[in-house]
Design a protein around this ligand. Structure first.
Ligand code: ADP
Ligand code: MG
Length: 705
């Protein structure tokens, strides 16, 4: 039995957080640094030097030998380059450990190998990482020893962002400024900052590592490219919220412990719908911290799995036929003095400020649905959004009974006079206390749902960074707030003007509200009638980034320049084509080197044994054996043909010039050739002797963890 620990003692022990800084930094330096963090003042080198020194001393006490600027390039994962603290050996042959303010503030990794989408030619390799002092540094302890990780932004020599962090911070400034304008209109003079709060719920699969290592498709692509359905899938719903098995529980415990040490407030964990699928959620945090923490969470989930002989699959669709994994992005706006702008209060119909915030958000979602859809696109997520899986690719907003009713009142009479109240929940069992129900039930099928005092954006893919969706959300809501404030600040009669504006927004954007079943076919039809876009693939979602209304919103708040957006579009197309190319090549490899040889072996052995039986017993009924042999041979021939075709199609794809056209080609041509190869192979798996099949089956992978 592993040792017990007290969470309070270990929580944040590896984070250079505020209490550590307060304790270790001279008062003056601490105060100065806070002016930088809280008020955005410029950091002087003298302060940086002191902070760096103390940070190093603290890290060394934790066993750190190296430091790294930890950043988030456009690869979707984090990047780091490690430097040790040692200085050049002295005359006596000894070294000192040093870390300067300069080294803390600025790093210069070779940027040429990170995606830049043409923003930077390879010969202009300079890229800088710059300290983001609003997200605390931390020490990571693992097989590499202990490393001081400094969250940074990453940009090119000419200042264009090459990462997720820079635009995220810019978007947070935008929403801060516009939210404060709005609050001031309602007489709030005390709040000085408004931050988006984000709580991402992370889904993942866990499989046995030894079995994983026998699946080349999982190793190379993170998902299975072949695999027949096991006799049992998720139809019994017996995994969802089921008791967590010991092996998984021990793993989760370790994950939590690691995360707590890093200051990630891991809170909830449970089994998800599909067998071998699980979920974890932290307590929400400020947007940029939440983004960092989600990266750390994914990293930790992967790393700790190895220690337990397990493998964590973060891909959106590791297995066909059972649910895939997503990420729910819970989002709200909170002031520095604790006011949640998305809290409707007991009587939302009277809460004019809330109604304005709400209708502004509806406007933002309606006007930028395509952009928001694009922000949730990644290659793996194409198996969910717009495929036969939840959530649908149509952006709609669920408000629930209470707010839906308030909206209807606004639309029909121009004034909301009452709010539906929650009722008592009576179980009929005396010993179970009755309690007040929420005024609104849940709707799990909505891609953008109001859940009490926050919105939950449910389209995100499980392995994607949550940066992009939050950049978009912050920006489009800032834009809506700005437009509302522009009108209201010049209004002669504020009460009247705000009332009219709320009604106008409610009427103009009611089409985006949908409280019904988002998974139904009727909704797809209805949405089309309402003119809501339904974009089914990443390739078709990408152009939204550079649509005129998107460029206008991003440029208005300095979140992205047009060239930055164009570069991101290039990167997305490239990523798409490269990913599908890898999948196709992996299939070619597996089919050619593992599956076809195995099936040939099987048919040969079967043929031999048919002959043997025939000679031993001439009138034996051999129809079963010969039928299987015929069927297997036919499928084998189909497999071979499909393989040849896939090779052809993929070779052609690799020769195309990178960009939209290539991505479209991979989506249309290569993917269908991949499907055509998978079909006969999955049928073969059902016919051929299990012992000859060259890899573990779906059943082995998802039921035997
Ligand atoms: P739900 O049951 O609505 O899914 P949970 O309480 O399980 O909500 O929380 C899901 C995630 O939402 C958690 O990460 C939680 O911290 C986060 N969350 C809760 N309140 C807020 C809020 N006001 N803003 C942002 N995230 C929040
Ligand atoms: Mg949720």
């Amino acid at each position: 039995m592993s040792e017990y620990f007290n969470v309070v003692d270990i929580f944040g022990e590896n984070v250079f957080n505020d209490s550590v800084m307060q304790e270790r930094l001279p008062k003056k330096v601490y105060k100065r640094l806070h002016e930088v963090i809280d008020e955005g003042k410029e950091l002087d080198l003298e302060t940086a030097d002191v902070v760096a020194h103390e940070m190093k001393e603290w890290a060394i006490e934790k066993g750190a030998t190296h430091y790294t600027h930890w950043f988030q390039p456009l690869t979707g994962v984090t990047a780091e380059k490690h430097d040790s603290f040692i200085t050049a050996p002295m005359k006596n042959g000894k070294v000192l450990m040093s870390f300067s303010g300069k080294e803390l503030i600025k790093g210069e990794p070779d940027a040429s190998s990170f995606p830049s989408g043409g923003l930077r030619a390879t010969f202009e390799a300079r890229g800088y990482t710059a300290w983001d002092c609003t997200s605390p540094a931390f020490v990571r302890q693992d097989a590499a020893g202990a490393t001081l990780c400094i969250p940074t932004a990453f940009c090119s020599y000419t200042g264009e962002s090459l990462d997720q962090k820079t635009p995220l911070l810019r978007s947070m400034e935008a929403i801060d400024k516009q939210s404060l304008r709005l609050l001031r209109l309602f007489g709030n003079t005390t709040s000085t900052k408004v931050m988006p709060s984000v709580g991402p719920e992370q889904e993942y699969f866990i499989v046995d590592r030894e079995k994983y290592l026998k699946r080349k498709d999982l190793i190379f692509t993170g998902r299975t490219l072949f695999g027949a359905m096991p006799p049992k899938g998720q139809e019994m719903d017996d995994h969802y919220f089921g008791a967590i098995r010991e092996r998984i529980a021990a793993y989760m415990r370790d994950v939590n412990k690691e995360l707590w040490k890093l200051g990630v407030a891991a809170k909830t964990q449970h089994n998800e719908v599909a067998p071998a699928q699980h979920e974890m959620a932290p307590i929400y945090a400020e947007c940029n911290v939440a983004v960092d923490h989600n990266q750390l969470t994914m990293e930790t989930l992967r790393k700790v799995a190895g220690r337990h002989g397990l493998q964590c699959l973060l891909h959106e669709k590791p297995f066909a036929g059972v649910n895939g994994s997503g990420k729910h992005n819970n989002w709200s706006l909170t002031t520095d003095d604790g006011i949640n702008l998305l809290d409707p209060g007991e009587t939302p119909h009277e809460n004019v400020q809330f109604l304005l915030v709400l209708t502004c958000i509806l406007k933002a979602i309606d006007e930028h649905a395509l952009l928001l859809r694009a922000s949730a696109a990644d290659v793996g997520n194409d198996h969910r959004l717009g495929a036969n899986e939840a959530p649908p690719a149509i952006l709609s907003v669920y408000l629930g009974d209470q707010l839906g009713d308030v909206m209807n009142q606004l639309i029909s009479t121009g004034i909301a006079t009452h709010s539906i109240e929650g009722e008592r929940l009576e179980t009929g069992v005396k010993t179970i206390p009755d309690f007040m129900k929420d005024a609104t039930d849940r709707n799990r099928t909505s891609p953008f749902a109001f859940t009490g005092n926050k919105f939950e954006f449910r389209m995100l893919g499980s392995q994607d960074s949550v940066a992009q969706p939050n950049i978009v959300l912050n920006t489009i809501v800032a834009e809506a707030f700005a437009e509302a404030c522009d009108e209201l600040e010049k209004a002669a009669d504020f009460e009247l003007a705000v009332h009219d504006l709320i009604k106008k927004y409610a009427v103009d954007h009611q089409r985006v509200v949908f409280n019904g079943d988002g998974y139904s076919d009727e909704w797809v039809e209805e949405a089309q009638k309402r003119g809501l876009p339904n974009v089914k693939s990443m390739v078709d979602a990408i152009p939204a980034y550079t649509a005129p209304e998107s460029v206008a919103a991003f440029e208005k708040f300095g979140v992205f320049t047009k060239p930055e957006l164009e570069s991101r579009v290039e990167i997305e197309y490239e990523t798409y084509a490269k990913t599908i190319n890898i999948e196709a090549r992996a299939m070619i490899d597996i089919a050619g080197k593992q599956i076809i040889p195995a099936v040939i072996g099987y048919t040969t052995a079967l043929g031999t044994s048919i002959n043997a039986v025939k000679s031993a017993c001439g009138d034996a009924d051999l129809s079963a054996q010969t039928d299987i042999l015929k069927e297997t041979s036919a499928l084998l021939s189909e497999t071979k043909k499909a393989l040849t075709k896939l090779i052809e199609v993929t070779d052609r794809g690799s020769e195309l010039e990178e960009g939209r056209e290539q991505a479209v080609y991979y989506k249309d041509e290569v993917k269908s050739a991949m499907d055509a190869l998978r079909t006969p192979v999955d049928k073969l798996e059902m016919l051929v002797d299990k012992d000859v099949w060259p890899m573990p089956s779906y059943g082995d992978l998802i039921f035997e963890v």
